[in-house]
Ligand binder design. Structure first.
Ligand code: RFL
Ligand code: PHB
Length: 394
């Protein structure tokens, strides 16, 4: 027997994109349900993004999600670029009058879950076999199983916020979608450590041994990354080897890295990916289900936030009788997504070491590029404008 539930917007995936969309719709009086594959603890424990753009923070704040962000988050007015043994500050405040916030994705998800609890609209966790059906009609449904019971969620719209490995994108017939993809021959080894951050702001470093990034989560927790081969075995990296290599790539005369207990380490492969269109009939895609960027530009979570902000606007207008925002959603967000792909690719190519016969030449070109960048206010403003974020329409 199948139990039918009725709502306006059915959301597959309870990561940051799905939970935020649900919260925004709830505040706008639009009934919705989030279906999440994993259990609640798993969704909170996933260690991922750390940088929130200017407009993303404004959106979260306007929607009742800014309290902890403003007390525990770290407001950063710039970043450092390091190469050829020198460290250069890129002052976002001075260049474009904007800033970013360091606040872990895990914390954003915790705040969203608290808001859902307060709203009385928790996601449905540990659902399996979610299948969007009838998406070519105005009465789509999501079939799913929970605790061995079959359900059908009857809705006006389905939104797929189920990430890169989700099922929503695959519900669009193959003939109707185009995939653009690029893999990199490196990944990032990332750690979290109980160590005071050794810098006031993030350091992006190009070194002959590879890229390194110093980031943080709080005044007591450091987040650090090293460029490594994509299939690198994490067991080959003892804590001491990680710290030693970070010292080599990030070290400067008179400056050393604060070490501490490493409590999380993992290797993430890198990819760029776009699936077009982001709408098919009554199915919309948002966040990582539609696009992935390499993390060098810190854009993944922010892009997911931008997608769902526009979707909320589109649904609100649709129920008020105007579908124009929903109708142009795919085109608008694909254009934004390609701009973000450009920035992420640019940052990635500028800051990582590449292998192959041209590697030595390419490394020198990167040094030339970086030298010009730090000498030019126009070039620095270009970086600052993108890093602090494209406008988020809301
Ligand atoms: P998520 O977070 O992958 O959530 C998708 C959710 O859908 C669920 N799901 C399903 N649910 C039901 N049925 C199914 N069949 C399902 N299949 C999957 C999953 O369990 C999950 O809960 O996608 P979302 O919400 O679109 O959010 C995207 C962000 O997570 C991602 O873009 C960022 O983490 C990327 N990223 C960064 N983004 C930034 O903006 N700034 C950063 O500084 C930044 N750093 C990073 C990053 C990603 C990283 N990794 C690990 C990929 C650093 C790293 C290392
Ligand atoms: C992070 O803190 O996890 C982080 C910061 C900047 C990036 C990517 C990840 O570009």
């Amino acid at each position: 027997m199948t139990t039918t539930i009725t709502t306006r917007v059915g959301i597959i995936g309870g990561g940051p994109a799905g939970l935020l969309l649900s919260h925004l719709l709830h505040r706008s009086g639009i009934d919705n349900v989030v279906l999440e594959l994993r259990d609640l603890d798993y969704t909170v424990q996933r260690v991922r993004a750390g940088v929130l753009e200017h407009d993303a923070v404004e959106l979260l704040t306007e929607n009742g999600l800014g309290e902890r962000l403003h007390t525990d988050g770290l407001r950063h007015g710039g970043i450092y670029l390091q190469f050829a043994g020198e460290r250069h500050h890129i002052d976002f405040e001075a260049l474009v009058g904007r800033h970013v916030w360091i606040y872990g994705q895990q914390e954003v998800v915790k705040d969203l879950i608290a808001a859902h609890d307060a709203n009385g609209t928790p996601a449905r966790y540990e659902i399996t076999d979610a299948r969007p059906v009838d998406i070519d009609t105005e009465h789509p449904r999501i079939l799913f199983t929970q605790d061995g019971e079959e359900f059908e969620l009857a809705c006006d719209f389905v939104v797929g916020t189920d990430g890169f490995h989700g099922v929503s994108r695959l519900a669009i017939p193959e003939a109707d979608r185009t995939t653009y993809e690029r893999e990199y021959d490196f990944g990032w080894l990332g750690i979290l450590a109980h160590a005071k951050p050794s810098s006031d702001e993030l350091i992006y470093a190009l070194h002959e041994n590879g890229f390194a990034l110093l980031s943080m989560r709080s005044p007591e927790i450091s987040r650090l990354y090293l460029q490594v081969p994509p299939d690198e075995n994490i067991d080959d990296w003892s804590d001491e080897r990680i710290w030693d290599e970070l010292d080599v790539r990030l070290g400067m005369p008179g400056w050393s890295l604060e070490r501490g207990e490493i409590f999380d380490k993992s290797v993430t492969p890198m990819r760029s990916f776009v699936s077009a269109p982001m709408r098919h009939g009554s199915l919309f895609l948002a966040g990582d289900s539609a696009h992935i960027v390499p993390p060098t530009g810190a854009k993944g979570l922010n892009s997911a936030i931008a997608d769902v902000a526009l979707l909320r606007k589109g649904f609100v207008q649709h129920y008020a009788g105007d579908s124009s925002v929903l109708d142009s959603y795919s085109e608008t967000q694909l254009s934004r997504s390609w701009q973000t792909q450009y920035f992420s690719t640019w940052m990635t190519r500028m800051l990582h070491t590449f292998s192959g016969p041209d590697a030595t030449f390419d490394h020198q070109v990167q040094l030339g590029q970086l030298a010009q960048l730090v000498a030019s206010d126009h070039a620095k403003a270009h970086l600052a404008e993108f890093y602090t974020g494209l406008p988020i329409t809301r």
